[in-house]
Design a protein around this ligand. Structure first.
Ligand code: ADP
Ligand code: MG
Length: 386
């Protein structure tokens, strides 16, 4: 089966597959993080936005506890499960995301009936755009409505976090689902990860004559998991020595004092988090006062900090960033957890083709795989389509 985008085609596929009419179609976007990397688990600030690439689910509730699921993504067959037998870790592949969401709702005491589900997503998988949360957010939006649970967005955010952390077993924060569930067209989502407060911040690159390019390096480094765990541990150690609950509570003015208290590696990790939090606040400020064309230096500084202090970049990401900057991008940085995935490059419309060509050429010359390059715009958060 190939990917479809039209909801009527999806409805017809649903009918063909399950021999019944769906109850509705829900959609949730992937996300790009504009700035604020590895600040989430330090109870700091992030500034992601929902993108114009989405997971759609056509769904019908059943009168038993059976779940049947199919994705239009190639190479997956029909998956069946029984909600009565759900346990963290059960299921495999993509079915863990819808099942994890059902499990998290049940854990909250919500009666979740079995369902038939057809998934159709154009969020690139594994590129750091959170295709997994797009699936979870589409499914939880559907189940929240069809069960009559009526949970508020904040609760849906926490339920999808439980699904990822406990059911799927991925140690993720609340950024991705907050962007997917709470994003809006033309807006970035300024999220305080301590209290979940969200402010929408206008981010209309297009009317400033800019495009935001995503460069998917297609690199997925095997040490990403260990790298993440050790960075978290360094941050916790830094907070403990500095006597704060989380690094969110350390301002840039304390960095000099910190350098006398911390070992060299911990100091570098702390400096990244503290300055990155500050850059998120500055980006929000600059977007409000001057607009997207003025945030370039903050994106650049964020990349340097991740490359040199947090040490989570890789040669492919650095090449994507440096080549973009050398060919007209006004700011560029790696985005996501690091050790691979994607970079973003804020680029004047007139320079877009030059940046694309130069990045592809430089990757070829370096002997790297050809990257995928595409534009994203801030789009609506999760919603019902039909
Ligand atoms: P990311 O969320 O950054 O894209 P993850 O590893 O968290 O990366 O999630 C990718 C997983 O999501 C895939 O391995 C697959 O299980 C699932 N997935 C993404 N898109 C689809 C799709 N269209 N159909 C089925 N599964 C998908
Ligand atoms: Mg994911």
């Amino acid at each position: 089966m190939s990917t479809v985008t039209d909801t009527s085609v999806l409805a017809a596929r649903f009918q063909e597959t399950f021999g019944a009419v769906h109850d509705g179609v829900w959609q949730a976007p992937g996300r790009v993080n504009l700035i604020g990397e590895h600040t989430d688990y330090n109870e700091g600030f992030v500034l992601p936005f929902a993108i114009d690439k989405t997971a759609k689910v056509a769904l019908r509730v059943r009168d038993d506890s059976t779940v049947r699921m199919l994705s239009t993504f190639g190479g997956h067959g029909l998956v069946e499960a029984d909600l009565a037998e759900l346990e963290p870790g059960s299921g495999n592949g993509w079915s863990r995301y819808p099942l994890g969401v059902a499990w998290a709702l049940k854990e909250r005491g919500i009666e979740v009936p079995g369902f038939d589900l057809l998934l159709d997503s154009d969020v690139p998988s594994g590129a750091g755009l959170s295709s997994s949360h797009a699936i979870e957010c589409a499914v939880i939006s559907a189940l929240n409505e069809l069960t009559g649970a009526g949970l508020a967005a904040q609760d849906l955010v926490l339920a999808t976090q439980r699904a990822e952390n406990v059911y799927v077993g991925a140690p993720t924060g609340i950024m991705d689902q907050s962007a997917s569930l709470r994003g809006a067209k033309g807006q970035a989502v300024f999220l305080d990860c301590r209290d979940q407060h969200v402010d929408l911040v206008p981010f209309d690159a297009e009317s400033s004559g800019l495009v935001l390019l995503v460069i998917d390096t297609k690199v997925s480094h095997s040490h990403a998991d260990g790298g993440y765990a050790s960075r978290r541990a360094s941050c916790e150690l830094g907070a403990e020595i500095l006597g704060v609950k989380a690094l969110r509570d350390v301002g840039v003015e304390r960095l000099e004092e910190a350098s006398g208290l911390l070992d060299e590696t911990t100091m570098k990790r702390v400096r990244h988090v503290v300055t990155e939090n500050d850059r998120v606040l500055q980006t929000v400020e600059v977007l409000g006062s001057q607009g997207p064309a003025s945030i370039g230096p903050l994106l650049d500084a964020s990349h340097v900090s991740m490359r040199d202090d947090f040490e989570i970049s890789c040669p492919e990401l650095d090449l994507a960033v440096d080549t973009s900057r050398a060919n007209g991008a006004i700011g560029a940085r790696m985005t996501g957890g690091g050790f691979g995935g994607s970079a973003i490059a804020l680029t004047p419309v007139g320079q877009e083709q030059q940046v694309r060509d130069a990045v592809v050429r430089s990757f070829g010359e370096a002997g790297y795989a050809t990257p995928d390059i595409f534009t994203v715009t801030p789009a609506a958060g999760a919603r019902r389509l039909t």
